[in-house]
Design a protein around this ligand. Structure first.
Ligand code: ZN
Length: 291
């Protein structure tokens, strides 16, 4: 089916109080794993490619694959640029057929974040593309395996958390369709066990009316996910957990295999591992059966 707008997908999630999974795919195999999981569970899904992953697969090479796979899917799929930090990445994604972009100015001063986000929204509106932005900052520590460049001490630092009043001002000044918020999660593998500020999340939910997004969920336990969704999260970005799961699965498979191993065996195993892990995530997020 044609791409479905992220806004539409998230509005249903908000209304029915579940969260939609947003999964990064860096190649066809990951894309197939994610979409096979969505199809099997009848779950709406958001496929994404992050600017930080362009070094693994340039967006020019991957976009046609993602667009085509999304159209072949029998469940609603939105296609999002994840963490677009440069204007050029955001423009390229829109040009290459993504129907949603995340502009991430969360490490800029507030006024600059507002200004840049507004500019992206202005262009996106003309093209019918939905926009996610980030206020507060979900950290990306150096040692966490998520291509981060921040000092490890940023993990758990509350000065990065989203402030509810500022979130309201930000959303009305920019016109974004979804907002990524910081309340204790971090990108990559957790360096220390996170403590989620659910009161803050709930306050933001009561203050702003756009769908709220959680980044950095890999490594949270099931209760953390359920609590976050109950307190207003309607989109969960998920990558490190599945990337790690698939890599561990391959290590086991490669060690256990005494016969002839060919590249396509690895490929099929990786699709299967991604699918398994994404299905677990979808069950947890509550989006299974919602398509
Ligand atoms: Zn993220």
């Amino acid at each position: 089916m044609p791409l479905v707008s992220m806004k539409e997908i998230l509005e249903d999630a908000k209304k029915r109080q579940y969260a939609v999974g947003c999964f990064n795919a860096v190649n066809l195999d990951m894309t197939r794993g994610v979409l096979e999981a969505a199809s099997e569970l009848k779950a709406p899904v958001i496929l994404c490619h992050a600017e930080v992953h362009f070094k693994y697969t340039p967006i020019e090479k991957l976009a046609p694959v993602l667009v085509n796979e999304a159209r072949l899917a029998d469940v609603p799929v939105a296609l999002l640029l994840d963490h677009g930090k440069s204007f050029s990445a955001v423009m390229k994604a829109m040009h290459l057929g993504f129907n949603a972009v995340m502009y991430d100015g969360s490490d800029l001063p507030y006024d600059q974040n507002v200004k840049n986000t507004r500019e992206v929204v202005k262009i996106a509106r003309v093209l019918g593309v939905d926009v996610e932005a980030e206020l507060g900052h979900v950290v990306r520590p150096k040692s966490a395996g998520a291509d981060g460049d921040e000092d490890d001490s940023v993990a758990g630092d509350e000065s990065y958390y989203t402030q509810p009043d500022q979130a309201l001002e930000f959303v009305s000044n920019t016109g974004v369709d979804a907002l990524a918020v910081a309340f204790g999660t971090a990108h990559g593998v957790y360096l220390k066990k996170p403590v989620l500020d659910l009161d803050r999340l709930n306050k933001i939910r009561q203050t702003v009316d756009v769908p709220l997004v959680m980044h950095g969920g890999s490594g949270l336990d099931a209760t953390d996910f359920r609590n976050s969704i109950a307190n207003g999260i309607t989109k969960v970005n998920y990558y490190t957990g599945m990337a790690k799961y698939a890599a561990e699965h391959m290590k086991e498979k490669l060690n256990a295999d005494n016969g002839i191993l060919l590249y396509h065996n690895i490929m099929m195993e990786s699709i299967l591992a991604i699918k398994e892990n994404v299905m677990q995530a979808m069950d947890l997020f509550g989006c299974a059966g919602k398509a």
